[in-house]
Write a protein that binds this ligand. Structure first.
Ligand SMILES: [Zn+2]
Length: 153
């Protein structure tokens, strides 16, 4: 999926969970949700985030492969535990952003391997950049407007 679909979905999930989480600083929380929403794609050099990290992204992609460990529950849990040492707030933002990223990528034909190193794949039919992804993006924006204007979904 494109970075903007990941961004919109993770932001919406964050907005929805805000009512249930002890978030003391919403600005910092959403800043990190934004930053982490496409973070798993650092394993792909020609992704939006991959281009920003240049050689590092190429090395990560070469060593770890695209949509392998960086798109797994192992990565999500390990990252959460690691970030928890520094900040619970940033760790929660990471968890929400990466979980929402994995859900969307699992809907694509390429899919993800959530239980990596096990090779079991979860995949769907929504092509990256296809009409269905665009419809999902529009749907997310509509839900975002509804949530902001009414406080409900
Ligand atoms: Zn991805």
């Amino acid at each position: 999926m494109f970075y903007y679909t990941h961004l919109a979905f993770s932001f919406l999930i964050g907005l929805f969970l805000l009512d249930y989480l002890p978030i003391e600083n919403k600005f910092i929380f959403f800043l990190f949700v934004f930053l982490f929403s496409s973070f798993p794609d650092i394993d792909k050099a020609n992704s939006k985030i991959g281009k920003k990290f240049g050689a590092l992204s190429k090395i990560i992609g070469f060593i770890f492969g695209h949509r392998e460990i960086f798109h797994s529950l192992l990565f999500m849990v390990f990252g959460y535990i690691l970030l928890s040492v520094f900040s619970g707030l940033i760790a929660i933002a990471f968890l929400i952003a990466v979980a929402s990223h994995l859900v969307l990528d699992a809907l694509t034909p390429k899919g993800i391997m959530p239980f990596y190193p096990l090779k079991y794949k979860v995949r769907g039919v929504i092509k990256t950049g296809g009409l269905l992804e665009k419809l999902i993006f529009v749907g997310l924006i509509v839900l975002f407007i509804v949530k902001l204007s009414t406080g409900h979904i």
